[in-house]
Design a protein around this ligand. Structure first.
Ligand code: PEP
Ligand code: MG
Length: 360
């Protein structure tokens, strides 16, 4: 088990005395959360819930849900997933013991949930009673040429609200259970991904608020919670003043924000970006270190516009850049409240946040 003992532990303590920004982690399993806490994480900045659905035992229910013809079929498949999601969140809330937990509602590129190959279609046909041809036709209807610019993020929650409803219910039920069992406060921060417009957030926040009230009435318990959004599209950054009317927090998704601002695919960038760095077109790989002159401007503009609307808006970053020292310095200067990094990068983020604060 990792532990920050000895000289390294002392160095980390010194860093903590000087940094202003909090350091959270990107994690979605209790094991990762535990490890991140040992490394000093002060909360979860990004729990990517789609990762919970790839488990071999669950993928069939997920595929049934995605390929269902109608809402009734989706709800039937989602009912099977609810107890498992509740257990997922319970496990996380228990380990995080009252620290803030930002849970992002589902954001998969849809193709990752579709069956591939005859064997997977046949398995699904056996599970659902639909014929293979029917399932293939349905999968064809959902096929996208550019899944990363397609039916993902909050768009999925808009078209299939019952998915987000199930997740919100699982989060609130788990939070109420852990709060009453432990006597500690559990304050979920529910995050809506890939928002481009205020209206998307307005509709989905209303859904989350309604489910919260239902769960609180059913369980006779209640918890405080926040609803906020990722800022990961240039339009969202530009319209941050308006979007902040519906958001208690913003978390900058600089992976997608870099992809969509530069028009460079985050999955294929390696093919030419090295040459760009060699020729000095970019000082560093913009998917590793924030392109401060470009993407960074959208971050600071959104922070400024968000704060103008809601002075107490909580601001963080959860893209890969949240674990990169040069980008962390930029986050300090922009006045973000926290950075979030993968568990192994938490110590470097603590150190970089302290160095940035000292430099300032
Ligand atoms: C991002 O886009 O920066 C982000 C954190 O979300 P994901 O990497 O899951 O798209
Ligand atoms: Mg993203």
């Amino acid at each position: 088990e990792p532990e920050l003992a000895g000289d390294f532990g002392i160095l980390m303590e010194w860093a903590d005395q000087h940094r202003r920004m909090k350091v959270r982690t990107n994690a979605e399993t209790p094991d990762d959360c535990r490890m991140a806490r040992q490394f000093g994480a002060e909360g979860i900045g990004l729990c990517r819930t789609e990762h919970m659905f790839f488990d071999a035992a669950r993928i069939s229910a997920v595929r049934q849900m995605i390929l269902a013809e109608d809402e009734k079929g989706r709800r039937a498949a989602l009912a099977k997933l609810l107890p498992e999601q509740r257990a997922d969140f319970k496990g996380i809330f228990e380990v995080m013991a009252g620290l803030p937990c930002t849970i992002r509602l589902l954001d998969p590129p849809l193709h990752e949930f579709l069956p591939h190959g005859d064997a997977e279609f046949e398995e699904l046909a056996n599970a659902t009673g639909y014929g293979v041809d029917h399932l293939k036709r349905r999968a064809g209807e959902l096929h996208e040429f550019n899944p990363m610019l397609g039916h993902r993020g909050c768009r999925l929650g808009i078209t299939y609200p019952e998915i987000y409803e199930m997740q919100a219910r699982a989060i609130f039920e788990a939070a109420c259970e852990v709060a009453s069992e432990s006597g500690e406060s559990v304050v979920p921060e529910i995050m809506i991904p890939l928002v481009a417009t205020k209206r998307e957030l307005e509709l989905l926040k209303a859904l989350v608020d309604r489910v919260a009230q239902e769960v609180f009435a059913d369980t006779g318990t209640s918890v405080d919670y926040l609803v906020g959004t990722m800022i990961e599209l240039p339009r969202a950054a530009l319209m941050a003043g308006e979007i902040a009317e519906e958001a208690s927090f913003f978390s900058f998704g600089t992976n997608d924000l870099t992809q969509t601002t530069l028009g460079v695919s985050r999955d294929d960038a390696g093919r030419f970006l090295n040459a760009y760095v060699d020729k000095g077109i970019f000082a560093r790989d913009p998917f590793v270190s924030l392109d401060i002159d470009g993407v960074g401007q959208l971050v600071s503009l959104a922070a400024e516009r968000g704060r103008a609307t809601r002075p107490d808006i909580k601001l963080g970053i959860c893209g890969e850049h949240g674990g990169d020292p040069a980008s962390i310095r930029f986050c300090e200067q922009t006045g973000l409240d926290y950075v979030s990094a993968s568990p192994y990068r938490v110590p470097i983020a603590r150190l970089a946040a302290a160095q940035a604060a000292l430099k300032d």
